[in-house]
Design a protein around this ligand. Sequence first.
Ligand SMILES: *[C@@H]1O[C@H](CO)[C@@H](O)[C@H](O)[C@H]1NC(C)=O
Ligand SMILES: *[C@@H]1O[C@H](CO)[C@@H](O)[C@H](O)[C@H]1NC(C)=O
Length: 583
Amino acid sequence: MALSAFYAVWGLLLEVAIAFGPVPRITWEHKEVQLIHFNESKVSNYSTLLLSEDKNILYVGAREVIFALNAVNIAEKQHELHWKVTEDKRTKCAVKGKSEQTECRNYVRVLQQLNDTFLYVCGTNAFQPTCDYLNLISFELGGKNEDGKGRCPFDPAQSYTSVMVDEELYSGTSYNFLGSEPIISRHSHQSPLRTEYAIPWLNEPNFVFADVIRADPNSTDGEDDKIYFFFTEVSVEYEFVGKLMIPRIARVCKRDQGGLRTLQKKWTSFLKARLICTIPDKNLIFNVINDVFILKSPTLKEPVIYGVFTPQLNNVGLSAVCAYNLSTVEEVFSKGKYMQSATVEQSHTKWVRYNGEIPNPRPGACINNEARASNYMSSLNLPDKTLQFVKDHPLMDDSVTPMGDRPRLVKRDVKYTQIVVDRVRALNGTIYDVMFIGTDQGALHKAISYENGMHIIEETQLFPNFEPVQTLLLSSKTGRRYLFAGSNSGVVQSPVAFCDKYTTCVDCVLARDPYCAWKPLEASCIDIFKEGEMERNWIQNIGGDASSCSAFLTWMAKEGNYLKTGNKLHCNRIRKTLSTACT
Ligand SMILES: *[C@@H]1O[C@H](CO)[C@@H](O)[C@H](O)[C@H]1NC(C)=O
Ligand SMILES: *[C@@H]1O[C@H](CO)[C@@H](O)[C@H](O)[C@H]1NC(C)=O
């Protein structure tokens, strides 16, 4: 892409004063809604959260402490474990020029469920990342003090992400003290693997998320489970003055064993592609990815990847949510073209589409039945040609385009930092993906997008001091849905809806909240997922048509004529439904 195109885009960005995106229909101030808080004095940086849905426990990794909280009420602390840096380590860290009071501490960065009895935990430990096993029965560390290099950053300010898959830890972080060597690795006693340390593989990445997507159990092609990583990195493929950021999706295969000679102990299945999140007709490019949530629901044909993005130069404060279906992603990796670097002039390299012959088996592909049929039983058997190719061509030329070719949500004057998505069935059976999006000002937006537009149902001020939402989790157990948000100063638990805040039928219906409906006989706005059974006379309309509220009058007249009975109690209840006065 030419330089001038990007200039044009940014010129536009600075100038546009278009009223972008919907305004939250209602804003709840911090004190207006019932939220549950957890924080302890002298403890800060509650940045790592892990939810155990079976045990109903929320684990929280803060600075030098790990907590276990009751996930139904996080104010109830069940355990706490102090995990401090030794004096000696702190002094040594300070000698290397780091701040003894802040940087030379232990920031918990990895908190993963290993099995029923153990969590695998890692902390920065005064720039000497260390991992250990946390026994959930005694709530004590095993004292293994494993070297956490490659699993946890040295520097608490650096990005990190990890996911535990079948008792093996996959992480994206940096590998050295300076933070200059990025790495995506698998920690496993059998076959540890890592990325090449080379610019085409990872170029100053900022990791935001990782997750596994299991192979379809009904498929017959013997495909492998895949681990996806999301990050923003400095572009190699576009020419630009300064650093142009690019949002990426990368993936590796779970059964990858590395190569035998070429790519020994390195991924043979590492491929990455650009994620596109743009508004083409307005020339807006969202090229920094801040967080990802992968929606995996039994009612979905395939997982959907939701990402929150901001532009690199964000003077006007724009954010967007883009959604990608998995088949589009897989298509790019399994059928797309690769990119190739070419040297032009002396030292200048340029990345162009590779149009030459592609070795067989396809470079970067997982070992599946087809490969096994050709006697490639593991990545260790792959021919050198395939391995050398993927080593030199980890970047795809094709990009991953969002569903519907545009963002699900675009919002002005806000920076979105975190996202989780809940899939809910409204009263009329329509399914909505409800997006909960955290901001850098401690707020949460709850939004839906539908065919004709987008709607922000509400904005809730989660943190009173307007600090960024750093982590966001959703507990979607039936009948018990909560959000958990972590920040520097504490953790907040919020219900997914505040239906009872709406006191009239019209208010309740106009909220257009799939969780809420008006229950006419009780004259209250209820959370439909908290009720035992759905009833036919409940009123909900996500399109925002509140005429059913008055239609209820007619129905009521037929049913028993409460209005004419002069029964004050009934009249007052019904009045709320009808928004009329009692006579
Ligand atoms: C830890 O929290 C403090 C505020 O309590 C903040 O200033 C600091 O940047 C945080 N450090 C990290 C590494 O997040
Ligand atoms: C996935 O998204 C693409 C692009 O929007 C679309 O063409 C395709 O039909 C979608 N596939 C499914 C299964 O939804």
